[in-house]
Ligand binder design. Sequence first.
Ligand SMILES: *[C@@H]1O[C@H](CO)[C@@H](O)[C@H](O)[C@H]1NC(C)=O
Ligand SMILES: *[C@@H]1O[C@H](CO)[C@@H](O)[C@H](O)[C@H]1NC(C)=O
Ligand SMILES: *[C@@H]1O[C@H](CO)[C@@H](O)[C@H](O)[C@H]1NC(C)=O
Ligand SMILES: *[C@@H]1O[C@H](CO)[C@@H](O)[C@H](O)[C@H]1NC(C)=O
Length: 309
Amino acid sequence: MAFSKVAVVLVTLLSFWSYGVLAQLEYLPLQSSLYAKDFVARWNEHNAGAVGDQLQLQLIKNGNFSDGATVSTNTTYFNGYFRASIKLPKGNTAGTVTTFYLSSPGGANSNHSEIDFEFLGNKTDAVTGQIEWHLQTNIFANGIGEREQRITLWFDPSEEYHYYSVIWNHKTVSMYIDEVLIRIFQNYEDEGIAYLNSKPMQVYMSIFDGSHWATRGGLDKIDWSNSPFQVLYTNFILDACQVDPNNVYASPCAHPTHNNWWNHPYFWSLPAERLANMDAIYAERMRYNYCTDYKRFPVPPKECTLPRR
Ligand SMILES: *[C@@H]1O[C@H](CO)[C@@H](O)[C@H](O)[C@H]1NC(C)=O
Ligand SMILES: *[C@@H]1O[C@H](CO)[C@@H](O)[C@H](O)[C@H]1NC(C)=O
Ligand SMILES: *[C@@H]1O[C@H](CO)[C@@H](O)[C@H](O)[C@H]1NC(C)=O
Ligand SMILES: *[C@@H]1O[C@H](CO)[C@@H](O)[C@H](O)[C@H]1NC(C)=O
């Protein structure tokens, strides 16, 4: 008797609990979800939605064509802290590209600024046979990009959420995985190198078919039997300076002298131990670095050879 009473109570509790979880995880199209006020679909709204408090984008095959999605903030920002927790699609994701990035409006021919996290799906290491996940980062300033770096991740990004963040101020762009610094790009305008110092940016997320380049230079095609490829984003922090794109400096917080935490000297010139840790990650995990691609750049780009500031 006592046992079955306990069991009944447990079952009742469990069903309330799972009802709660199910209710919370209901799928809603982007425009009816809690993200409608912050994000707009830029490509394929039908592949963007929310599952509970998670923003979901998917990549599917539609006839002979791949069909992904892009969303962005409508707000433009100038400097700040930009963070999302991301859980990548599971299983064999070779050939897919999932992104979290900042970009100025106007695109390719507008001397644009851009800061990219691009996840290139999984890949089996030819020597060790281990499955690796590659993260590519890139930075554009005044339309000049071609600054790709790729590292392997020290965890499986499809297993659980990790957060990925950017701190952008007038002196330095720094990029992080959880709390770990993985890239910096510094202001060398005095050396004639453009910096991200004039264009406001929006925050973007996307998933698309990159199978012609993303994994082993395009050798691994997407395994569509594993689709839909669904990426989840949550816990956004956009603690940043909101500006009018046509009048950036009308906002006091866009001025170099403004006293925002992300513009603190700590984030202009990162502490030696954080930089040393980043270098240790590079020594072990760097799989591509434009700075050492001598076929592409017989003379390395200047920022590669200048001392850190
Ligand atoms: C898809 O590709 C196949 C093979 O190239 C072609 O025969 C077919 O007409 C295409 N279908 C559509 C809807 O474009
Ligand atoms: C995006 O911002 C522009 C300019 O502020 C505004 O006109 C437009 O309505 C916004 N679009 C959405 C979908 O919120
Ligand atoms: C990716 O991982 C899956 C297992 O999740 C594996 O079956 C597949 O072969 C991997 N793909 C590549 C290109 O290594
Ligand atoms: C892009 O930058 C170059 C060099 O600063 C300048 O000459 C050109 O006018 C700019 N183009 C646009 C579209 O802003």
